[in-house]
Ligand binder design. Structure first.
Ligand code: OGA
Ligand code: MN
Length: 339
């Protein structure tokens, strides 16, 4: 990460990795699976007693097996390397495609097409999938809806945040020691082969101290992250299906981007597809309907039920970007005392 005043080194790297002709060299891309001096394996909060059945219900492997990495050049940036089971990945992929794009959540297509209540079903209503409509979905927003024009959140533009995603975010947050994190807004991004996300910082939230959690599923991506100015040269990090990126502390307000989607050959959503037995699990304290969640997770194991989702995810990438909007004691945006 070097700095030379005035020059947009971020843009230079973005263009380099975005290019199709010529294809960029991936030699400088950091993969946490390969030992380098830039990446460190972190010891995490083993005191956090998350019940095994809760992690299972959220599609996660036992938290003693999670591997969390930090980046020497980017304090506050962390990556948990795919802590999901195969059926867990299938569950979240399906939620992002079938459930989250429905009302009252918002999707980019709302601007163009009125009353598209069930985008996924609309795409699959005839034998032949409507690929044009399928590729049209670029984002879904949840909770406090991101306003793409003003970038400001408002109480009028807010709907209930999905309970399962809130619980998943809390488990990850607590594991990393952010015990008070509350998931209040999310953007689900859908990327296809040549999609990109240009350089930006996420600064619309009142609370900029709370970390941001970013879950990736499906095809891989090159993630660029630099500093508070675009003149700082970014690092390129490889993100794979199941990876969770956490932007906390100094990294929370750094420029980042996705210049390229790369094919994922390993398809982790097709391995580790073990069935869960709800009756063998002791009672739950958190999720209000664990039986339903477990059934939804088990259902995906049957390949005929899963195949439509498989067809989507073998060509696309989904990213769920979860944020806390309010300060700890604030209960609404109108609550100015805490803003
Ligand atoms: C975002 C974002 C990164 C990604 O939605 O703000 O930075 O990995 N997404 O898709
Ligand atoms: Mn972002």
């Amino acid at each position: 990460m070097s700095q030379s005043t005035g020059v947009d080194l971020f843009m230079k790297q973005f263009k380099y990795f975005k290019s199709n002709k010529p294809q960029p060299s991936l030699n400088s891309v950091i993969s946490v699976d390969i030992t380098t001096s830039e990446v460190k394996l972190l010891e995490c909060n083993t005191n956090y007693k998350c019940e095994d059945n809760l992690t299972q219900c959220l599609g996660l492997i036992n938290k003693n097996k999670w591997k969390t990495y930090s980046f020497v050049q980017h304090p506050g940036l962390m990556l948990i390397r795919n802590p999901f089971t195969g059926s867990g990945q299938r569950y979240w992929i399906k939620r992002c495609l079938e459930r989250y794009p429905k009302k009252p959540n918002k999707i980019n297509i709302d601007i163009e097409i009125d009353n598209l209540d069930d985008w996924w079903r609309e795409c699959h209503k005839s034998m032949e999938c409507d690929k044009k409509l399928l590729k049209k979905l670029r984002w879904t927003t949840l909770g406090y809806h991101h306003n793409w024009n003003t970038k400001a959140y408002s109480e009028e533009n807010k709907t209930p945040f999905p309970e399962d995603l809130s619980e998943l975010s809390s488990v990850v947050a607590q594991y990393l020691g952010f015990a008070k994190f509350r998931a209040e807004a999310a953007i689900v991004n859908y990327y296809h082969k040549n999609s990109t996300l240009s350089a930006h910082t996420d600064h619309s939230e009142v609370n900029l101290d709370a970390p941001l959690f970013s879950f990736s599923f499906g095809q891989s991506a090159i993630f660029l992250i630099g500093g508070r100015e675009k003149s700082i040269e970014p690092s390129a990090i490889l993100l794979k299906s199941g990876d969770i990126v956490v932007m906390s502390k100094e990294a929370r307000l750094c420029y980042h981007a996705v210049p390229k989607i790369l094919p994922e050959y390993h398809q982790p959503w097709n391995s580790d597809l073990s069935e869960l037995d709800f009756n063998k699990m002791p009672s739950f304290m958190y999720i209000s309907n664990p039986k339903e969640t477990i059934e939804a997770m088990n259902e995906n194991i049957e390949n005929d039920k899963w195949s439509e989702f498989e067809n989507y995810i073998k060509e696309s990438r989904i990213n769920i970007n979860v944020r806390q909007v309010l300060n700890e004691k604030q209960i609404s945006l109108a609550d100015e005392f805490f803003s």
